[in-house]
Design a protein around this ligand. Sequence first.
Ligand SMILES: C[S@@+](CC[C@H](N)C(=O)[O-])C[C@H]1O[C@@H](n2cnc3c(N)ncnc32)[C@H](O)[C@@H]1O
Length: 452
Amino acid sequence: MEEEGGGAFELPTAEEREAEKKAGTGEVHVVQRRMRECVRILGNFGKLGAKGRSRSEYLEQLIADISNYYGYNEFLAEKLFMLFPVAEAIEFFEANESPRPVTIRTNTLRTRRRDLAQALVNRGVNLEPIGKWTNVGLQVFESSVPIGATPEYLAGHYMLQAASSFLPVIALAPQRNERVLDMASAPGGKTTHIAALMQNTGVVFANDSNKARTKSLTANVHRLGCKNVVVCSHDGREFPKVMGGFDRVLLDAPCSGTGVISKDASVKVNKSDRDFMLLSHLQKQLILCAIDSINPASKTGGYFVYSTCSVTVDENEAVVDYALRKRPNVKLVDTGLEFGREGFTSYRGKTFHSSVNLTRRFYPHVHNMDGFFVAKFKVEKATKKSKSEKVEVKAGRKDVEMEVEEEDIGFDSDEDQKYIEESKRKALKAKGLRVRPRNQVPAPNSSVAAAA
Ligand SMILES: C[S@@+](CC[C@H](N)C(=O)[O-])C[C@H]1O[C@@H](n2cnc3c(N)ncnc32)[C@H](O)[C@@H]1O
């Protein structure tokens, strides 16, 4: 068997692995070598696998080592590992260890990219255009001045923004004079981009449920000279009850942030199975409200973009597929983005609608940008059939909750129930209502039972 130096490689037994775990795990170079060997053997298991040892033993060892070496909890290490072929998974974890390029977006309401680049070069900034796919992005290689405090920054000539964040707005392609909703918009990177593409015409409703975060949103809107933006703060699930009839809607959804681990390493250890369930549930509620906020008769639009800075399937394809099933009047369309991998149409035994391949995934190790997901929908007029299929949406949030609870949504059906209960408990607590202890059956007329 061909193998690297350091003696013959032997896969530890389950007992040895357990003992190593208890003892606080082996030396870095041992773990590194073991990962390399496992990747190599799994790449050609039929030929290289040791007699009597199964593929899953190698996989278990590899995931345990990834978790230990890169500092993830085992649950997340496995969840992310499963997204890729074995060797590629290592590239993904490795890419999360180094920062992505610093990028800025020219604010075309105030300047042109060429003029901005010249002004920054004059201040000692080394930069160049990001790529052909954007005519407003610049990549900063090095700078003798803080890029977030130059006179040009303060005058609103640019936004410090990850390249991946341009993508959903490019896909949304807002037009002059349209009425647009940015449902989860703080701190406004995408809102201000939308406003610029609309050349300060029409109106952009920039909503975020977190009031504190709307401060930085408002500050950015002012700094960048956006005059067509209205900032508001509602739970996205209250749309379209608070407002509807939009030509286009962007839902840059709250997510786990598994695409931006290089920026926020805390994600490695602070996400559990339950967090993903709760997030996916919220995303499913929000996506239906976003779709229902669109005017299907819009003369210029009728488009909706869903995006996350996460790479997990349950926050992306599963949410999109759920929306397709719940809203027969929407279909996925091409994002118009020139690159990005196709979304999964099946994943670990779950099959999604075949059009989910129109969605796009972006990865740090492939595209040298944050992990990201973009889906673009066209909303059409509801036919009689599709109308009868959905519960009245005018009442908004409550009905969406009911839909999630009452129907088998395939991906997370029964298992979801305890998380739904938990989120209800939280909502009641937030309202200052009494919450019954977990697992206690509510009395028929108790206030909790009534409120729930
Ligand atoms: C990914 S961030 C948005 C980033 C923003 N689009 C940008 O480009 O600057 C997600 C946002 O969703 C907001 N959010 C979370 N739950 C929400 C809800 N139920 N309704 C509306 N906004 C929500 C969070 O406060 C957060 O600002």
